[in-house]
Design a protein around this ligand. Structure first.
Ligand code: UDP
Length: 384
């Protein structure tokens, strides 16, 4: 099976944008689809700048069956990497229905469209959150799974939906990638993580404290049964993670059916170790205070990465020092993320709404049925 043209849903997001670069580097053609609710077109412009190639881009609401169908009519796709989805644990606890609807409906719409093609090849971004409160470390792909919030449950349910799908027809090839804690940024400093509002995750919080956007880090829990009492996680550089997707895509050519792999480094690093590495490598101060545990946190988790190494020929190569250095380069060059450069796009956009907004040259808009057709391709299609 030849895989050449890859659809990346959520391609403007943090992991999606880094994956686009690695795919282009490996000679794949990339088609990006995003709804831009939690991402910026600037990220894609930067990806094009780094890769030196245009990326045909669609604004698509994956919860709209019509729009997804239309996308697959417009583009011939050999495989899909599905990043698009809501990802904030806290928000999922407050708005479970929004999470179930968005993450599950979009996955099903995508699979339905894929099912009509010969390219039933999908890489899905799952998470180590599916290991729940497991205490047996390291976490292997065989470790029992469980979920403790709506976000985690959407990941688990999707894994199961995809398992059923793989069993339903031999044409399906599905790769589930369970990410540990992605951090870092591209070494160019052009793309990186740009969370909305106050970050929930540790690394963007540290770097926003260091750059002066936030006053101090609160370290959640210093009485865990870990070497320094703070939580231990398996931080993985986002470029390693992106390369893991390329490795999974390569494996799909062998018609593996259904497969699950952990993407981590296999090494635990504590919250305070990360803070100290950040200060030492970047020569900045990160003021912090020790506070109580955050509900729902486990003391420690890290991956067994041997399966990905053996089956995908992939392993992480970046160190904690690389992670903190690249994060800081991105943060100092873009202290306000992508926001300064361009306002974010509205939730679902069928045509440019703000006349001052200049879309990417090759951006196209999927139109719901019944809308005038000339809105659909307001810009010349990218060279292909
Ligand atoms: N953490 C912290 N302060 C913060 C954010 C996170 O001490 O502002 C800790 C958190 O308690 C956990 C680790 O950093 O031990 C990683 O948290 P993160 O939210 O980045 O990822 P998680 O592993 O929870 O998905």
């Amino acid at each position: 099976m030849v895989i050449k043209r890859v659809l990346v849903t959520g391609g403007a997001g943090y992991i999606g944008s880094h994956t686009c670069i690695e795919l282009l580097k490996e000679g794949y053609e990339v088609i990006c689809a995003d709804n831009f609710t939690n991402s910026s077109t600037v990220a894609l412009q930067r990806v094009e700048q780094i890769a030196g190639r245009p990326i045909p881009t669609y604004t698509v609401d994956f919860c709209s069956k019509e729009q997804v169908k239309r996308l697959f009519e417009l583009e011939k796709i050999d495989a899909t990497i599905h990043f698009a989805g809501h990802k904030a644990v806290g928000e999922s606890i407050e708005k479970p229905l929004m999470y179930y609807e968005n993450n599950l409906v979009s996955l099903m719409n995508l699979c339905e469209a894929l099912g009509r093609t010969k390219a039933k090849n999908i890489v899905f971004s799952s998470s180590a959150t599916v290991y729940g409160f497991s205490e047996s470390l390291p976490l292997t792909e065989e470790t029992p799974t469980s979920a403790h919030n709506a976000y985690g449950r959407t990941k688990l349910y999707i894994e199961e939906i995809l398992r059923d799908l793989a069993a339903s027809h031999p044409g399906w090839n599905i790769s589930i990638l369970r990410y540990f804690n992605p951090v870092g940024a591209h070494s160019s400093g052009l793309i990186g993580e740009d969370p909305n509002g106050i970050p929930n995750n540790l690394m963007p919080y540290i770097s926003q404290v260091a750059v002066g956007r936030l006053e101090k880090l609160r370290v959640f829990g210093s009485d865990y049964d870990t070497p320094d009492g703070t939580g231990v996680r398996d931080f993985i550089h986002v470029v390693d993670l992106a390369r893991g997707h390329v490795a999974a895509l390569r494996k799909l050519r062998e018609n593996p059916g259904y497969m699950i792999h952990n993407l981590g480094t296999g090494k635990g690093c504590s919250v305070l170790e990360l803070v100290r590495a950040f200060e030492r490598i970047n020569k900045v101060r990160v003021p912090y205070e020790l506070v109580g545990r955050r509900p729902g946190d486990v003391a420690e988790n890290y991956a067994d990465t041997s399966k990905a190494k053996k089956e995908l020929g992939w392993e992480a190569t970046h160190t904690i020092e690389d992670m903190v250095r690249d994060t800081w380069r991105w943060q100092t060059r873009n202290p306000h993320g992508y926001k300064k450069i361009q306002d974010r796009l509205p939730a679902v956009m069928f045509k440019p709404i703000n006349p001052a907004y200049l879309p990417k040259e090759n951006m196209r808009f999927i139109v719901p049925s019944g809308q005038p057709r000339q809105q659909e391709v307001p810009h010349p299609p990218a060279n292909r």
